[in-house]
Design a protein around this ligand. Sequence first.
Ligand SMILES: *Cc1c(COP(=O)(O)O)cnc(C)c1O
Length: 421
Amino acid sequence: MTSFTFEEEEALSLDEADPLTSLRDQFTIPQDPSGNEEAYFAGNSLGLMPKATPPAMLSALSDWGGKGVRGHFEGDESWYQYDEVISALQTDLVGAKQSEVGLMGSLTTNLHLLMASFYRPSKKRRKILIEPHAFPSDRYAAASQVSWHGGNPETDVIEVEADNPDHVTIDDVVNTLEKYGDEVALALIGGLNYYTGQYHDLSAWIQQFRRYEIPVGLDLAHAVGNVPLDLNKLDADFAAWCTYKYLNGGPGSISGYFVHEKHHGDLDLVRLAGWWGNNPETRFDMHGQERFIPRQSADGWKVSNPSLFSIVPLKSSLEMIHEIGFGVLRERSMRLTAYLDKGIQAIEGVESITPEDPERRGCQISVRVQGDAATLERELIRRGIVPDARDPDVLRFAPTPMYSSFSDIARAIRQFEKLVR
Ligand SMILES: *Cc1c(COP(=O)(O)O)cnc(C)c1O
């Protein structure tokens, strides 16, 4: 095992040797109080702004100002099906066909829209199965879906029962299903857990759900742009993700979603419909006898016309990822994360709860500290290091392959160790 010093010189030479270090220059990096670039590890919460974004936004505004309503159909970047053009840039990232993905609304809203189709409780099967440490919004969404259908969230939202909730195993899934499998109407699983950073073995999990004929929805907020995904092959029924974390789409940017192609033609599947899910050929037929004709693709789940100003920043970011290639980024991500992990392991008194196996994690390392994580976070931020604390005792560090550096990591390790000591 290589041993690292985490001294500045070592980190600088690692940065010099890495072929993708200069990508950082394409981003605006926030500054600390003394005017130095921050060591930013919160890209798992909000990705940084590509420098290409402001001019792209200005150009979109200028189109609106110059064309008004004509902008829907005029010009190379007319708005009418612009979301579909940009959506096509996400197919590689999630392993889907173009017809299976779309952009609309926001993540939790989309989970609700998709659950409207895929959570259809019956007398016997009513439960929604979620993972331990599920993101609060997902838990609220699941509980309110149960209530909406007249059920009791206290009994009908259940978690995978895990011996160690920080590290869920396939045996935990198997055992939970043995107990409750026949009562579960939907599994709603965070692909990569936001708290522990564990990337679940989705293929193995979904195989188990299929044995009990349980529909599967995935929340990929922390997975997309971070780890490789293969949704079509995985046979997930639906998925949704936000684009402001690893996809750098900007605060509250438009959400991505997936509906497996096997469902596209199923007109018996209930959809909460709106005109944007209708066939574009007849979308504007408004003569009093219109009938909703859903598009036979993921687009059939759309409701409203999308916000242009939420798509444009995503475009600059997705184009950048495309140009570099996700595979290359993932390799760099693994190099950075391994370095961070080694540094954390060397600090006495803290413990990583993220899997050591690089295949079972993305770039995030979650560290359990002694005492209050929020205080440590505050102290680190004062020193120009930006992690993200989660109650009560977890600090998350996510070096992203696009703008984090070995130097950032070495700085963080040195400061973190001093503070912990
Ligand atoms: C970030 C995140 C969300 C956020 O939901 P929004 O609807 O975009 O506010 C939801 N679920 C998970 C797992 C997340 O990580």
